[in-house]
Ligand binder design. Structure first.
Ligand SMILES: C/C=C/C(=O)SCCNC(=O)CCNC(=O)[C@H](O)C(C)(C)COP(=O)(O)OP(=O)(O)OC[C@H]1O[C@@H](n2cnc3c(N)ncnc32)[C@H](O)[C@@H]1OP(=O)(O)O
Length: 265
């Protein structure tokens, strides 16, 4: 499928989604929001895709919301602004709600909504030139739809600081905060992303999807409720799937598992 603001490369089971508005540092306007929402939904439904990498063409990962678009929205009604905000929320939900594993490949600026996109991916690998910030306060606005993702990524305590100061967060600090899983040299970024992709490809697709669903379910639940309602119920249904049977047979027969995306369980 073709998208006006995205360039999607496929390499076996890996889809790399390049945001492609380099002249404005991949700032997202209504078109990019619509494209990325649709692409996440299409890739998630595609059994040939095992892992999705989100990346940015040009100097930046993403400079967040398109500030020309935001300025124009200042002339629009509150109802129109609410509709816009829901579209932005829909894009983040489409990305974070994917059953497939997602990786943010952050090589440059990831500001405002760009930091939100990185936070909404399951895994974030930051090159040494990566820079993150919740810069919204400098424009008289707030980190709105991105806030649940960013707060989970950096902690509520850190969010009080960064939402209000808009201080820049470099790759090393991003890794300390837990926002990035790794901070790596720029020339090692693609190799590290590939290494994580390879690790993901060794896991069962159904169990990866179930694992993501489990995290969402238990993260904010009391432990006792989570143990019975979420973990026991889920493992009981997963243990009887063909995917679990294949994974366990493969280990016990000392051979690699032959995963069949979309057909297991
Ligand atoms: C709910 C969500 C809210 C948000 O996301 S709020 C927005 C948060 N975003 C930001 O804070 C990023 C603002 N941009 C910058 O700080 C800088 O830019 C960069 C660090 C990304 C890049 O700096 P440099 O390399 O010096 O380039 P340059 O000359 O500033 O930018 C090149 C062109 O890109 C446009 N641009 C950059 N960011 C945005 C944006 N977010 N929306 C619209 N345009 C943007 C500029 O204006 C300019 O354009 P021209 O070439 O016409 O002068």
């Amino acid at each position: 499928m073709d998208y006006e603001t995205l360039d999607i490369q496929r390499d076996g089971g890996v889809a790399t989604v390049w945001m492609n508005r380099p002249d404005v540092h991949n700032a997202f306007n209504a078109q990019l929001i619509a494209d990325l929402t649709a692409a996440c939904q299409a890739l998630d439904a595609d059994d040939g895709v095992r892992v999705v990498v989100l990346a940015g063409r040009g100097k930046s990962f993403s400079a967040g919301a398109d500030l020309n678009w935001m300025k124009a929205a200042g002339e629009a009604s509150e109802a129109d602004n609410f509709a816009d905000a829901m579209k932005l929320a829909g894009m983040l939900r489409a990305l974070s709600g994917m059953a497939k594993p997602t990786i943010a490949r952050v090589h440059g600026a990831a500001l405002g909504g760009g930091m939100g996109l990185a936070s909404a991916c399951d895994i974030c690998i930051a090159g040494e030139r990566a820079v993150f910030a919740t810069s919204e306060v400098r424009f008289g606005i707030i980190p709105s739809a991105i806030s649940p993702y960013v707060i989970r990524a950096i902690s509520e305590r850190q969010a009080y600081r960064y939402f209000q100061t808009a201080e820049r967060i470099d790759a090393r600090r991003a890794a300390e905060l837990g926002l990035a899983h790794e901070a790596v040299a720029g020339d090692e970024l693609d190799a590290r992303v590939r290494a994580v992709v390879e690790a993901l490809l060794q896991g069962g697709p159904k169990s990866q999807a179930a694992g993501k669903d489990l995290i969402r379910a238990v993260a904010n639940r009391p432990v006792d409720d989570a143990l019975v309602q979420d973990t026991a119920r889920r493992i009981a249904s997963l243990r009887v799937t063909p995917e679990a049977s294949e994974g366990l047979d493969a280990f016990l027969s000392k051979r690699p598992a032959a995963w069949v995306p979309g057909q297991q369980g």
